[in-house]
Design a protein around this ligand. Structure first.
Ligand code: WQD
Length: 352
């Protein structure tokens, strides 16, 4: 079996990708320092797959400790790099923390990939690299515009660093995956999104409001130039997103790439407004949510959704979960979290 190193394996997308890789015959090893995640998420992966996941509790900003993982696993043929901080608002308050963590860890991973001549590299990027696009849906040729936040800047700089590395190396082929809005949870509800502090992104805010953890929430603006005044987004089920990573590896292994660094949009291709998303959640769960309309959130992109033709055609990737399944799986997971001992642990967890 081909062994893949997954950084951020205890995280939301990382854990779901471990499941998909195992189900498609890959051997996996995780590295996660649990600064923004909990090791119990790997218990959930084990419940689903029957496989115990080996995790190195290492800070990827520590080069020697990162290098030691590669020395101990010389049979690694691919790396999927998820590990990064991703809170847009926090990145505005703490830009140096984001540059240090997100770029420092990427540089160490790239140094090891170069030294160990790792053949395949998959990088977790984001639609945030498009900024506020001039036209939608965006394709992979849509130019990167000014990042709206230091978080977005680390994704743009990360992409440019990988493009330069790919042009210089003869051994490693890379794919960069631009996620739109990941949402939902594995149908078994053994794994899902587990915000450490108050969630910033919409879906867990909906589910925490529905279960009563939050009294309500604010819709950040309904005066945008969109069909109902609220922002437009493209929600993609986390299991569909996970499968795209497996498909990206299979694409590289089968030598189907046209260049040594390929980019793919990973979105459903459906633009939906914030207000429509709320209605979809209410319809799927039968729960009426308490919210008010408030001022716009600085840095918000007005409208973005994906043209995902390239991933469909070249990765043979077909998103299969509907918006309703995104909402019902997220809601099912929220009801499970309450019973998880880890949630109590996380509630006391302070953000590093
Ligand atoms: C979605 C919409 C908000 C909360 C960011 C990153 C992206 C990715 C996902 C990491 C916006 C509105 C939200 C609330 C609201 N991060 N909203 N009230 O900003 O599209 O994307 O997170 O991979 O890279 O840029 O996601 O869920 O924060 O917001 O009205 O309480 O929901 O204004 O229009 P976003 P989000």
């Amino acid at each position: 079996m081909k062994k893949i190193l997954v950084t951020g394996g205890s995280g939301y997308i990382g854990s779901h990708t471990l499941v998909d890789l195992i189900e498609h015959g890959f051997d996996v090893v995780s590295v996660d320092n649990n600064s923004r995640s909990t090791p119990t998420m790997l218990d959930g992966v084990e419940k689903i797959t029957g496989k115990k996941i080996k995790n190195y509790k290492v800070d990827l900003c520590n080069y020697d400790e990162t290098h030691a993982i590669f020395e101990e696993n010389t049979d690694i043929v691919g790396v999927i790099h998820f590990a990064a901080y991703k809170a847009v608002g926090e990145s505005v308050e703490k830009p140096i923390l984001y540059f240090q963590n997100n770029l420092g860890s990427l540089i160490n991973i790239m140094r090891c990939i170069e030294e160990f001549k790792t053949p395949y590299f998959v990088f977790s990027s984001s639609c945030t690299v498009y900024g506020n696009p001039d036209s939608i849906p965006v394709t992979e040729q849509t130019p990167r515009k000014n990042a709206e936040s230091p978080y977005g800047l680390t994704k743009q700089m990360g992409e440019q660093m990988i493009e330069a590395f790919a042009a210089a190396t003869r051994f490693t082929k890379s794919v960069m995956l631009r996620y739109f809005n990941p949402a939902g949870a594995h149908p078994t509800a053994h794994i899902g999104e587990l915000p450490i502090d108050r969630p910033q992104n919409l879906t867990p805010i909906l589910t925490q409001t529905a279960i009563g953890k939050m009294a309500g929430f604010t819709v950040f603006g309904n005066d945008y130039d969109t069909r109902d005044g609220s922002c437009i987004r493209d929600f993609i089920h986390v299991c569909d997103l996970a499968n795209a990573h497996t498909k990206a590896l299979e694409f590289l292994i089968a030598n189907k790439n046209n260049s040594s660094c390929e980019v793919f949009n990973l979105g459903s291709g459906n633009g939906i407004s914030v207000l429509e998303t709320i209605k979809a959640f209410e319809k799927s769960t039968g729960i009426t949510l308490n919210y008010t309309i408030g001022p716009r959130r600085p840095g918000d992109v007005i409208a973005i959704y994906a043209n995902n033709d390239k991933a469909k055609e070249q990765l043979q990737w077909i998103p299969k979960y509907s918006l309703e399944e995104i909402m019902t799986s997220a809601w099912k997971w929220e009801q499970v979290i309450e019973k998880l001992p880890v949630h109590l642990e996380l509630r006391s967890h302070k953000l590093n």
